[in-house]
Design a protein around this ligand. Structure first.
Ligand code: ADP
Ligand code: ADP
Length: 232
């Protein structure tokens, strides 16, 4: 589903250059929940932002299916980005819009007919368990509910991949578990491929099939979670 080949990302130039990623190779299969764990500054955000080209890689390839994202022009890139949903640590919701409108937003961007928007938003509200909260604004919701809106918005356009950028790091342990359960549910129900970055071992151990450990811009270990973290 996702193939990353010799990915390098350097910020800045000359004496101020920082190499955030130096030669990342990864293979993420369809339907997998793939975790990337590492300390602050290890390169996690850069890596996940390169996957949907929010950051332009310096060199290397990022294939989603058979499409190399690094070779696309602006219009093609916009098309391909619809295959990738993303959720964030601080949710990134529109505070002046209702829950309903936040979820409808990506659909309206691609000029989806009104009846179809309505059908899809309601389907998403059901999926994340927020049907009764459609008319509220983000400020009226708990952290867990805000992230549920984030998930509903990310999935509204039927992406193949969901990228999660420290999606539970702003939540208390109990809410974290409810969001992780929801992600697992969605993965099983829709066969969605999920890539998540975190600095928390607990997140990896509770839902990931595979894990890569990143340190100083390099993958230092990779494999099924049981092999990497539960060795005797
Ligand atoms: P993590 O998400 O694991 O905390 P990041 O990907 O944010 O790591 O950062 C990796 C490295 O790249 C760090 O050394 C960081 O300072 C640097 N970096 C990240 N973003 C930028 C940027 N926009 N400009 C310059 N350096 C950056
Ligand atoms: P909080 O942030 O207040 O702890 P949760 O994330 O636990 O909220 O739940 C948010 C909303 O989703 C609540 O309205 C709750 O009733 C509902 N909910 C929680 N878990 C599920 C689930 N597994 N399926 C459907 N709805 C759920």
């Amino acid at each position: 589903m996702i193939t990353i080949k010799n990915l390098v990302k350097t910020y800045g130039t000359g004496t101020k250059a920082t190499t955030a990623l130096s030669g990342i190779d990864l293979e993420i299969a369809k339907g997998e929940i793939f975790g990337i764990i590492g300390h602050s500054g290890a390169g996690k955000s850069t890596l996940i932002r390169c996957i949907n080209m929010l950051e332009r890689p310096t060199s290397g390839e990022i294939l989603i299916g058979k499409t190399d994202m690094t070779r696309l022009g602006k219009n093609q890139l916009q098309q391909q980005r619809r295959r990738i949903g993303m959720i964030f640590q601080h949710f990134n919701l529109l505070s002046s819009a209702t829950v309903y409108e936040n979820i409808a937003f990506p659909l309206r961007l691609v000029r989806t007919p009104k009846a179809e928007v309505d059908r899809k938003v309601n389907e998403m509200l059901e999926l994340v368990g927020l049907a009764e909260h459609a008319k509220k604004h983000p400020a009226q919701l708990s952290g867990g509910q805000k992230q549920r809106v984030g998930i509903a918005r990310a999935l509204a356009t039927d992406p193949d991949v969901l990228l999660c950028d420290e999606a539970t790091s702003a939540l208390d342990p109990q809410t974290t578990d409810s969001i992780l359960r929801l992600l697992l549910d969605i993965n099983r129900k829709l066969g969605l491929t999920i890539v998540l970055i975190t600095h928390e071992m607990h997140v990896i151990q509770s839902i990931c099939d595979k894990v890569a450990v990143i340190q100083g811009g390099v993958i230092v270990e990779e494999g099924p979670v049981i092999d990497v973290f539960l060795k005797p």
